[in-house]
Design a protein around this ligand. Structure first.
Ligand SMILES: *Cc1c(COP(=O)(O)O)cnc(C)c1O
Length: 365
């Protein structure tokens, strides 16, 4: 039986990629901000509608280095309803995550609960546009201005989205993207930071390339987190097909919605107003009393039939083993509750209507 996983990495035709990397054999220039890196950086600025972007080795390092570039101290307000990377990036910078609950409609940080968590140690807010749902950016911006806090968005799920007609990479002081193989858009592994202040871009460049400024000049204490030429080439290829991929995902999303939209005890999450979505994920929240089955029962049933959905995001990060003695998942009761009831169904361009119907049939029966 061919299993259906939550996602399937988008890939260009083999020949297209080979054509793209041919020059690398001729030039022997494989990494260190070569021709593909530069070209990809320029193409991304156009596609995402941003002025400044720094390419890096993956989304997690983009996040870690961005927090470092802002010289943050003390506490960072964030949510536990996210991938491990968000919380780990804060903790690995010797900062303390302060968890704010999410709102149950779109799973993003509940902006009305942020102010109560601010102390004199707070230096930044790190919200997540989870599943590609855009946070309450106006409210967050207002709070950040009032208390002089930096806003860094974990925009790993939002590649290609716009909010009120503007590329989402323009939101906050910086936004980070992931180009991991499992994301809507991939460079195999890869990531990027979009930023407003040029000085932040310079610092991230230092951090990703050992602080090297010339053959004999090393003026920063950086690490190594460069994107190599093969990943940039993959990005150039996948970028040619991204609109097609998103359009195909939209069809899958509509299919799911038409079948599951009115089922009692099954809550799906529509596209937000003012957002052009990338249809990255299809989260479904089950109400066991109304639906008759729990999330875990549905999960097991799907797995038996060769469908592999994911319990994203369960457990919430504040409930991870590594944080057991430090945080209490009950501090964010809504995130905790939803994490136990949510299932993300398979969604990718090539999934097709037949598979969507098959998946829904298993759920409904
Ligand atoms: C994927 C992801 C990351 C990390 O990206 P990588 O490219 O895998 O390092 C960070 N935050 C969120 C919300 C993600 O889903």
């Amino acid at each position: 039986m061919n299993k259906i996983f939550i996602t399937r990495s988008s890939m260009p035709d083999f020949e297209e990629y080979i054509e793209e990397i041919k020059e690398l054999w001729d030039s022997h220039w494989l990494t260190n901000m070569g021709k593909k890196h530069k070209e990809f950086q320029a193409r991304l600025c156009e596609y995402l509608g941003v002025k400044n972007i720094e390419l890096v080795v993956n989304g997690h390092m983009a996040l870690e280095m961005t927090l470092q570039a802002f010289n943050l101290t003390g506490e960072v307000i964030t949510t536990p309803y996210t991938f491990a990377s968000t919380t780990h990036a804060i903790v690995r910078n010797n900062l303390t995550p302060v968890f704010c609950d999410i709102n149950p409609d779109d799973f993003t940080i509940d902006a009305d609960k942020i102010e109560a968590l601010i102390t004199e140690k707070t230096s930044a807010i790190l919200p997540v546009h989870v599943y590609g749902k855009i946070c309450n950016v106006e409210k967050i911006e207002k709070i950040a201005r009032k208390y002089n806090l930096k806003v860094i968005y974990d925009a790993a799920h939002t590649f290609g989205e716009t909010y009120k007609g503007e590329g989402v990479g323009n939101l906050g002081d910086a936004s980070i993207f992931s180009f991991h193989a499992t994301k809507v858009f991939n460079t195999i592994e890869g990531g990027a930071v979009c930023y407003k202040d040029k000085k932040i871009g310079d610092k991230i460049y230092d951090l990703k390339n050992f602080g090297i400024h010339g053959p004999e000049v090393v003026s920063g204490i950086g690490a190594n987190a460069k994107m190599n030429e093969f990943c940039a080439a993959m990005g150039l290829c996948n970028l040619r097909h991204i609109d097609e991929e998103i359009a195909a995902r939209k069809a899958v999303f509509k299919n799911y919605t038409s079948i599951l939209g009115d089922v009692k005890g099954v809550k799906i999450s529509p596209v937000q107003n003012d957002v052009v979505s990338n249809y990255a994920y299809f989260p479904v929240v089950f109400d066991e009393k109304e639906f008759g089955k729990s999330r875990d029962e549905v999960f097991d049933e799907l797995c038996k039939e060769g469908i592999v959905p994911r319990k994203y995001f369960y457990p919430i990060t504040s409930d991870f083993d590594c944080y057991k003695d430090r945080f209490n998942p009950l501090d964010t009761p809504i995130a905790y509750d939803i994490s136990k009831r949510v299932l993300v169904l398979p969604i990718y361009g090539e999934l097709g209507a037949e598979n969507v119907e098959k998946i829904c049939k298993i759920i409904l029966e």
